[in-house]
Design a protein around this ligand. Structure first.
Ligand code: NAD
Ligand code: TYD
Length: 351
């Protein structure tokens, strides 16, 4: 009988790449995509695989315990890959409670229901995978890297909610012997990212010759990873990661925000046939984000040494591909900015 894998948050940015990979690569699995379709959920991200025989979409909210219980009773999942979350730091500053509910309560609901069901068979063949962020480790100075042993020190409501969820996942491992794995990844970029995040926002604004807002002095540093390299890491950790272990995932690819934005400006001058230097004139320094973490950087040697993971693209290749994707997929961006993407579910699923 085929394995039933529940992937939460599969209509979002990273989740859609994970769903596509699992549906195409593992015909023996049945992949269930559970997603609430918040503003960040977009089923147009999955148009190419939505009719696959080993794929089912379920609209639902992980915060609703009764719903989660009924879903597990109905399907008896073998594994959970948990990505559903509120994911944008700026929104967490204005609406922290949304993050507490989705990221903490949502996670513990899944943990509780899975544990209650799986412990009857002593967790045989089961696995709960928490997909987390490097932001739980806090903020670095000019040097140093986050390791799996770095103490948690979250500083935004987003990272605090993810840290809390990670702690609960570990608590289920230690208390109930639930087979869990966790990964903490750096900033992802690539196709299908909602244009509230830095890279797609900058690409879209350059295209429409709108200003490019840079928070503070622009010298905050992020480590950037091509989204499908993260999906590959998730595949490896799900299948080969040791139970109870954590794996850091990063691109070894640090950029100050201002350097990164200048790079996108230059690439897009060339791609759009504009005079060199045209796009950089759109850069505008704006008020800093409250509590803005200064630097994130990841040591990914554990996942590389233990599981053989490595990034497949250089940043130059990935950034160029990303810009091309947004320029070639005008309709996707138009549907997102006009809001029509939110009616795709009703149209496609006749509800
Ligand atoms: P995203 O915001 O693009 O997608 C999140 C998805 O979760 C959306 O489809 C949304 O509808 C769904 N969702 C939200 N609340 C829900 C709820 N209560 N019930 C069911 N579904 C719900 O996020 P993303 O950038 O794809 O991130 C996915 C996961 O990866 C998150 O857990 C995030 O913390 C983690 N992560 C993200 C990054 C990054 O750079 N984006 C890096 C490391 C880790
Ligand atoms: P973001 O994509 O929101 O990811 P995160 O906050 O999770 O790292 O932001 C990436 C960096 O870019 C972060 O340092 C904040 C900065 N930033 C800007 O300078 N301007 C913007 O308009 C946005 C959205 C982000």
């Amino acid at each position: 009988m085929s394995k039933k894998i529940l992937i939460t948050g599969g209509a979002g940015f990273i989740g859609s790449h994970v769903i596509r990979r699992f549906v195409n690569k593992y015909p023996d699995y049945h992949i269930f995509n559970l997603d609430k379709l918040t503003y960040a959920g977009n089923l147009e991200n999955l148009k190419d695989i939505e009719k696959a025989p080993n794929y089912t979409f379920i609209k639902g909210d992980i915060v609703e315990m009764d719903f989660v219980q009924e879903l597990f009773d109905l399907h008896q999942f073998d594994g959970v890959i948990h990505l559903a979350a509120e994911s944008h730091v700026d929104r967490s500053i204005t609406k922290p409670l949304d993050f507490i509910f989705a990221n903490i309560i949502g996670t513990v609901n899944l943990l509780k229901v899975a544990k209650d069901q799986w412990e009857e068979s002593n967790f045989e063949g089961k696995r709960f995978y928490q997909v987390s962020t490097d932001e739980v480790y806090g903020s670095l100075g000019d040097t140093g890297l986050f390791k799996e042993t770095t103490p948690y020190d979250p500083r935004s409501p987003y990272s605090a909610s993810k840290a809390s969820a990670d702690h609960l996942v570990r608590a289920y491992y230690h208390t109930y012997k639930m087979p869990v794995v966790i990964s903490n990844c750096s900033n992802n970029y690539g196709p299908n990212q909602f244009p509230e995040k830095l890279i797609p926002l900058i690409i879209n604004n350059i295209k429409h010759q709108k200003t490019l807002p840079i928070y503070g002095d622009g010298k905050n540093v992020r480590d950037w990873l091509w989204v499908d390299d993260h999906a590959n890491a998730i595949d490896l950790v799900y299948h080969k990661g040791a139970v109870g272990e954590t794996y850091n995932v990063g691109g070894n690819n640090e950029w100050q925000n201002i350097q990164l934005v200048r790079k996108v400006c230059q690439l897009m001058d060339a791609k759009l046939g504009r005079e060199p230097g045209t796009n950089e004139k759109l850069i505008t320094f704006v008020k800093d984000r409250a509590g803005h973490d200064r630097r994130y950087a990841i040591d990914s040697s554990k996942i590389t040494n233990d599981l053989g993971w490595k990034a497949s693209l250089t940043f130059a290749e990935g950034l160029s591909k990303t810009i091309d994707w947004y320029l070639e997929n005008e309709e996707w961006m138009e549907h997102v900015t006009s809001g029509t993407y939110q009616s795709y579910y009703q149209q496609q699923y006749n509800v």
